[in-house]
Design a binder for this molecule. Structure first.
Ligand code: COA
Length: 374
């Protein structure tokens, strides 16, 4: 097998109108349905972006109002699901909780009987946050999920329900931008997984559940948690530099750096870095964390010519929003559901079973020896 195709690197595995990563000088970088991501992060909200991805166009004012109203009405969970979530052990990884919750919701509210793919997409967009926090608050203190009806956005409701009070405006905005940045990224591993499952004509929940499984690993979504653990390990920039050099000498991977598709930089990283810096203003602990992160960033550029991907400064940003580290990757799910949904719907609209071939490297044909002669 050629090096090029290991891990399907450089292989075009299908067509999409959902997103493009165009690193060429005139290309416009990452775009969702033709809109530059930087512009979306500056001028729109996560709900507008989710609507764009799932419904195909940016909403008008009245469409956005209706959509937000609908998402608000879809937040609450069926009692049976709450019971299941409360039975999940406290030391479970939160990604396993979402995988289980998504699958259970598929049993309680299956597709069909008047519930189509778009309806399931809206339901999951609205309730992944409450699903995660129902478990988290119960498992860590037997607290019930607070109502957050005054918060009409996914970002605001999540922070309100986590903290039990209205978040600072800057935190709400940083969270909203982060959801936009994480919403979509063409044929990444979890999206391709969801499309593959969809291509068998399986249901929407199966595709999303499989996507959550693919996202969980540290080479994909799990990198933001690993990046936080790394940054927190060092009390100051000098020790960070020393530690990273030691890790590189041992050929260890530094989480939050590098990318399969981007070769020069990840455009999403600059956006979230600026929000991490804003959150750290007037916060001595935050300033210290930024200094450590920036030193790691500089050492990686100098030593390996590697750049931060979205996960690195997202970790700092989430930490400064008061979010516990194990919840970082599940937040990725809360955002990426919109991208997965867009791809599932696109795959369904022009489906053909995804079934590639393999290059066989095993034994030549041979006979089965009788068991006593093996
Ligand atoms: N730290 C240290 N070295 C790294 C690295 C990292 N984060 N990312 C890549 N490299 C090095 C590899 O060791 C390898 O070096 P070698 O050629 O001397 O063996 C080279 O760069 C190519 O790496 P490879 O893992 O083969 O590239 P890939 O395209 O298969 O992987 C990632 C892309 C994202 C999986 C990879 O960069 C990585 O593991 N990053 C850390 C995890 C992460 O942040 N994931 C989130 C992605 S958004």
């Amino acid at each position: 097998m050629s090096e090029l195709s290991k891990g399907l690197a450089g292989i075009v595995a299908g067509q999409t109108a959902v997103a493009i990563i165009d690193e060429s000088e005139t290309g416009g970088g990452l775009q969702y349905r033709g809109y530059r991501l930087g512009e979306l992060a500056e001028k729109s909200t996560f709900e507008e972006v989710a609507y764009l991805l799932i419904y195909g166009a940016l909403p008008t004012l009245s469409q956005l109002k209706e959509y937000k109203k609908k998402l608000l009405s879809l937040r609450s969970l069926p009692e049976v699901l709450i019971e299941v979530l409360q039975k999940i052990p406290a030391d479970t990884h939160p990604m396993d909780v979402l995988r289980t919750g998504c699958s259970m919701l598929g049993c309680l509210e299956p597709e069909g009987k008047g519930r189509d793919g778009v309806a399931v997409a809206d339901r999951l967009t609205a309730c992944f946050g409450p699903m995660l926090l129902t478990w988290y608050l119960y498992a860590h203190g037997k607290r019930k999920l607070p109502q957050a009806d005054a918060e009409d956005t996914v970002a605001g409701a999540f922070l309100y329900q986590l903290q039990g009070k209205a978040p600072r405006e800057r935190q709400r905005q940083a969270m909203d931008v982060s959801l936009i940045l994480y919403a979509e990224h063409e044929f990444n591993a979890s999206t391709f997984t969801a499309r593959t499952v969809t291509s068998t004509l399986a249901d929407f929940y199966s595709a999303v559940t499989a996507g959550i499984g693919a996202l969980r690993g540290p080479l994909h979504g799990g990198a933001n948690e690993a990046a936080m653990e790394l940054i927190e390990r060092f009390p100051n920039p000098e020790m960070a530099e020393e530690g990273i050099l030691q890790m590189l000498a041992k050929k260890e991977k530094i989480m939050g750096f590098g990318h399969r598709v981007y070769k020069h930089s990840d455009p999403r990283s600059d956006v979230i870095k600026s929000w991490a810096a804003k959150l750290a203003v007037n916060d001595p602990k935050g300033q210290k964390m930024m200094a450590v992160a920036e030193r790691i960033d500089a050492v990686m550029k100098r030593e390996k010519k590697l750049f931060t991907n979205l996960d690195f400064y997202s970790a700092v940003s989430y930490h400064l929003c008061g979010i516990p580290t194990p919840l970082f990757t599940p937040i990725f799910v809360m955002a990426r559901i919109s991208g997965w949904a867009a791809h599932i719907l696109e795959q369904r609209a022009d489906n053909r079973l995804i079934r590639p071939m393999s290059e066989y490297i095993g034994e030549k044909v041979r006979s089965v020896l009788p068991i006593e002669k093996r």
